[in-house]
Structures are given as C-alpha cells and as structure tokens.
Design a protein. Structure first.
Length: 85
C-alpha cells in the first residue's frame, strides 16, 4: 500500500530532481522511493557510512525497479496490489 508523506526541500533541489526524474520517464515520487529503497537495503549506523556511490551504482546499473509513466493509474495500482499478495 502506498503511503503519502509530506517533505520540505530547497526549491532548486526539487526543480533539478523533477527534471532528472522526467528525463528518466518516472515521477519524482517513484524516484524518491527508489532512492529510499536503495538507502535502506543496508543497515547503515550513521550518515558517514552512507556511501553515495551505492546510490549511483544502483541507478546506473542493474534492472530498474520503478513504475514508468505510460502505464495507467489503474494498471499500476493493480500491479502493486498483485505484488503484495
């Protein structure tokens, strides 16, 4: 089940992130979810242990695990709930 979260960011960071996400044909929400997923796959004990190269490597290589825009909301929702069964 998707959960809504309200976050506050610097406006310029969000502008650039939206441009990046659009270039990847995904929503900013799915990009953020992808990055959080990569960040939480390992048990980091501090921010110093968090290696940004892990994120870059995850985005640059391997099979993508995000939902692309061309699918309808109904299709996306159906796939999501089917995956949770």
């Amino acid at each position: 089940m998707d959960t809504k979260v309200t976050l506050s960011f610097d406006a310029e960071v969000i502008r650039k992130a939206k441009e990046f996400a659009e270039g990847q044909n995904i929503s900013l929400s799915r990009l953020t979810e992808f990055l959080y997923k990569k960040m939480t796959e390992k048990s980091y004990k501090s921010l110093e242990e968090l290696d940004i190269s892990d994120w870059v490597h995850g985005v640059a290589e391997g099979q993508a695990e995000y939902i692309t825009r061309p699918k309808s909301r109904k299709k996306v929702r159906s796939e999501y709930f089917d995956s949770k069964k």
